[in-house]
Design a protein around this ligand. Structure first.
Ligand SMILES: [Zn+2]
Length: 281
């Protein structure tokens, strides 16, 4: 069944756990995520990042997620991850996404507020919930060749507590992605998470908190985040890495078999995260 993230976050807040928001990039990953959630009887937030529109358009992604989500026995939210411009985010609302993110976190505070507020007004009028980001989860310590340039000019900026209170009040945003030490992509080492900042943010804000850059952040760190105030943890890279590791070294003569093995590895990884995050039913 298709839902917004509202009820999911209420429960996760009460239960003291987080929900995984896995990013899908094709029909295999999308179906695998839903199958996994159904096997475990837990909700799933199917996320599609606008930056992956070289693989699927925002429309194609929605059609896939809707198809698998509607017939699922568990709650499924369809989320636009990292909406980069107001126009695309509004389009996602029109198409039927049940949750959208507007990411203006790299912009000055006033611009972030203005864009988030505009999206909130539009989305709320259509019954859709909005996530925004304050502070900035960069892709600082990245080791992929694709993102190499980002190493020097996309540093993370930690979320300021007072600013976050003001931001939520000014924008009416439904959930907030915060920056407390994680980074997008892969790490060279394990990051240091600022748990004091997390506790302060949790105490000061009534909206659910979201953590980006879950991949490679260290299992202990993520488990603590999930049980100490984060309601949703975004994971993308780790699923692609799991697929690669499971198929590496095999002398495949059959693409079909390779995809199946990759799907199985992605399912295992997602099950692992549901366990790590203590996700309740
Ligand atoms: Zn992110």
């Amino acid at each position: 069944m298709l839902v917004t993230t509202k009820e999911m976050f209420q429960r996760s807040r009460e239960g003291g756990y987080a929900i995984v928001a896995p990013d899908f990039w094709d029909s295999n990953s999308c179906r695998t995520y839903v199958e996994t959630a159904e096997e475990l009887g837990v909700p799933v937030i199917l996320s599609f990042a606008q930056a992956h529109d070289d693989m699927l358009s925002v429309e194609e992604a929605y059609m896939l997620a809707k198809y698998y989500g509607e017939k699922a026995s568990v709650p499924v939210a369809i989320h636009l991850d990292h909406g980069l411009d107001v126009e695309t985010v509004k389009k996602a609302v029109d198409i039927g996404y049940t949750s959208v993110m507007i990411d203006a976190s790299a912009q000055p505070y006033e611009v972030n507020v203005a864009r988030t507020k505009e999206v909130c007004e539009y989305a709320h009028a259509h019954g859709v919930v909005v996530e925004a980001e304050l502070g900035h989860v960069g892709s600082g310590d990245v080791i992929t060749s694709e993102n190499k340039e980002a190493l020097h000019d996309d540093h993370s900026i930690y979320t300021d507590v007072e600013m976050a209170k003001q931001f939520v009040k000014e924008t009416g945003v439904d959930s907030l992605a915060v920056s407390i030490g994680t980074s997008h992509g892969l790490y060279k080492g394990t990051p240091v998470i600022d748990f004091d900042r997390l506790h302060e943010l949790r105490a000061a804000l009534s909206v659910p908190l979201v953590l980006h850059g879950g991949s490679g952040s260290g299992d202990d760190n993520l488990e603590r985040c999930a049980t100490e105030g984060i309601s949703k943890i975004n994971v993308f890279t780790d699923f692609t890495v799991a697929a690669i590791n499971a198929t590496k070294g095999e002398d495949y003569i059959n693409w079909y078999k390779l995809i199946k093995d990759a799907n199985a590895a992605i399912k295992e990884k997602l099950k692992f995260y549901y366990g790590l995050f203590h996700t309740g039913k």
